[in-house]
Structure formats: structure tokens, C-alpha cells
Ligand binder design. Structure first.
Ligand code: FAD
Length: 306
């Protein structure tokens, strides 16, 4: 019998593109772990990888160093995240110019959260860019052509309503954004409805689902409320009682993420962005499941040696 399931087609891996998000390490130990992760994921040939930018530019040096090392030492295409928090336009422009000088061609442009943390009231720098859309315009002015922005399938928590939120996404696209990456979500119907909503608003850039493998349910549940992501009761039930059982927790996390990604594949999604939390295991396993295999570099053989 013919198998019509998209997620079981043998050629699936060739149709799917993935990207991986990392955060800049704070300590030497975290640095070692990050680079182990990068080296493990690099042969999966992601479309791009991205490095986050801490509140108020607190990680500016570390973000730059991490991105710089990716440019210099890997075959990866790194995207630098950038926020407007606590920066004047002049300072933001200088950071953009520095990234471009380093050879960075991709950016993820964000307004960012206040330095006091997610949920605190956002106050733009008096001489700064006040939201993601203005930062996109600044990047485009300096010649950036691959500009990702955020999108919120469940609406940004500060937004009055969905219409305001989608209007903000439209402004970002009008200013030069070429891709949106979503906040993480667990209900694929919510994502699908959101994509329909933005298409109706005349937005046609890719809306790439941001997938968060649940490395720690307690941490995710804690953060989700502030990030405006709903944690469904069924998800809580799957992790119930596993707080002190890391092995089973990891297996459930892999199963949950695989279930979500395979269902999105069935719905026709072909691009995925993984919030890796600087860990390779779950992202690698899910990529394997959707047909993405490591491609080893073939060493160059010189003519005389052949
Ligand atoms: P914007 O899109 O500019 O605004 C968010 C929403 O607020 C809008 O959709 C709109 O509804 C409303 N809004 C904003 N301005 C106005 C206005 N003038 N009038 C009316 N409504 C308005 N944070 C970091 O600190 N560093 C990172 O590296 C980082 N990476 C991220 C990557 C992704 C893929 C995502 C989804 C989020 C990331 N964040 C990061 C979190 C992000 O900074 C927060 O969600 C922040 O609260 C909003 O930033 P934004 O760019 O989405 O804001």
C-alpha cells in the first residue's frame, strides 16, 4: 500500500531546512559545552545558526565573540541577534556595522525585554530604536538582506490584541524583514491559525516555527507564562512526577518534540528553528527523525596524492 504520510517519505530530509539557536556562554565550562554542541550539529548543515543577545547588550562582547568564532572556524552561516534595549540609535548602528565588518550577513532583529526582566514595563531608550520594526529598518539601511524577526502565535503578552501584533509584524516586513521565527508553542493548531491570520493580512514571508525541546519542564512552565506561551494541560500531565527522574524526562521530551515536529511536517511545514539551549541531544535526534543526516566534509585530495 502506498504511504501518503509526508513525514514518512524517504526524500523528506532533502525537503526540510533547520536552524539552531544558541546563547553566548558565560563561563569557560559553558563555552566548552557550546562548542561541543556546535560541532555535533554542524554536519547537519543547518540553513543558519543564531546567537542570542542579552538584555541591555549585556552579552554584546560574548555574542560578538561567539558569532566571530563561528565565522572564522566553521562552515556555518551565523545570524546575530540584536536588541534595541538601552542603546541609542548611534550605538545600535555601530554594533550593526561591527557585525557586518566581521562578515556577518544574517541578523535576528528584536526590540528585546527590559533589563529588569521579562514582564517589566518596556521603556525605549530616548534616542534609541523603539521596536523591532525600527531596528529592521536600521539593518536594511546598512545593507543587511537576511533579517529575521519574532512572531507570536499566541500574541505578544504586551499586545492589546492580535490585530496590533500582526500590524507590528507587517511593519517589520515593510521595513525589510525576510523571515519570522515564532515564539515557542505546543499546540500546532495555534500556529496554523496564526499563519492563516498573517497571510490574510498580506504577509508572505516564511513564518518558521520555533521549537523548544522541553529539557526541563519546570523551567519551561516557569518561563512560558511570561513569554506568552500557553502550556497545555496534556503537556503538564506528560511530565508529571518526572522532576527527579531525568532519564525518563529526557525520553518524554524527545517524544513530545518529535510528535510536534512530525505533525507540523504533515501540515506542510518545511522549515524549523530549534531553541537548543546549547544542547545537541534532542535537536540532533529530532533532525534524525525527519531525515536529516550528518554530512561529513570530504577531505580535499591534492592532484599529486591522487
Ligand atoms: P516587537 O515585535 O518590537 O514588539 C513586540 C510586540 O509588542 C509587538 O508585536 C506589538 O504587538 C507590541 N508593540 C511594540 N511596540 C509597539 C507600539 N509602538 N505600539 C503598539 N504595540 C507595540 N530577547 C533578547 O533579549 N535577546 C534575544 O536574542 C532574543 N531572541 C529572540 C528570538 C526569537 C525568535 C523570539 C521570538 C524572541 C526573542 N527574544 C529575545 C525575546 C524578545 O526580545 C521579547 O519577546 C520582547 O518582549 C519583544 O521583542 P520583539 O522584537 O518581539 O518586539
Amino acid at each position: 500500500m502506498t504511504n501518503f504520510r509526508l513525514s514518512r517519505r524517504p526524500e523528506l530530509g532533502g525537503r526540510i531546512r533547520v536552524s539552531f539557536e544558541f546563547f553566548p556562554p558565560k563561563t569557560d565550562e559553558m563555552e566548552v559545552r557550546l562548542w561541543e554542541t556546535v560541532k555535533r550539529l554542524e554536519p547537519l548543515r543547518p540553513n543558519f545558526v543564531s546567537v542570542t543577545y542579552g538584555a541591555g547588550g549585556s552579552t554584546r562582547e560574548r555574542t560578538m565573540r561567539t558569532v566571530g568564532r563561528m565565522v572564522a572556524e566553521t562552515a556555518l552561516a551565523p545570524a546575530a541577534h540584536l536588541t534595541c534595549v538601552d542603546a541609542s540609535r548611534e550605538q545600535s548602528d555601530a554594533v550593526i556595522a561591527e557585525f557586518i565588518r566581521m562578515g556577518v550577513k544574517r541578523f535576528v532583529a528584536l526590540r528585546g525585554d527590559p533589563a529588569e526582566g521579562v514582564g517589566a514595563r518596556y521603556r525605549p531608550h530616548p534616542q534609541g530604536y523603539s521596536n523591532g520594526a525600527e531596528l529592521v529598518a536600521a539593518l536594511a539601511r546598512q545593507g543587511a538582506q537576511d533579517i529575521s524577526v519574532s512572531a507570536y502565535p499566541e500574541k505578544h503578552p504586551e499586545s492589546y490584541d492580535f490585530a496590533t501584533d500582526v500590524e507590528m509584524l507587517k511593519r517589520k516586513v515593510d521595513n525589510g524583514a525576510t523571515r519570522a521565527i515564532t515564539q515557542f508553542f505546543f499546540d500546532n493548531d495555534v500556529y496554523e491559525r496564526y499563519v492563516e491570520r498573517v497571510r490574510r493580512a498580506g504577509i508572505y514571508i516564511p513564518i518558521v516555527p520555533g521549537i523548544l525541546p522541553v529539557h526541563s519542564f519546570a523551567a519551561v512552565a516557569n518561563f512560558a507564562g511570561r513569554a506568552g506561551a500557553h502550556v497545555p494541560a496534556w503537556l503538564a500531565e506528560r511530565f508529571e512526577g518526572l522532576g527527579k527522574d531525568p532519564q525518563t524526562h529526557a525520553l518524554i521530551a524527545a517524544a513530545v518534540a518529535a510528535e510536534q515536529v512530525l505533525d507540523l511536517v504533515e501540515r506542510g511545514v518545511s522549515d524549523f528553528h530549534f531553541y537548543t539551549m546549547n544542547r545537541a541531544d534532542l535537536a540532533f535526534a529530532i533532525c534524525h527523525m525527519i531525515g536529516i543526516r550528518p554530512v561529513e566534509e570530504v577531505p580535499m585530495v591534492s592532484a599529486s596524492a591522487a
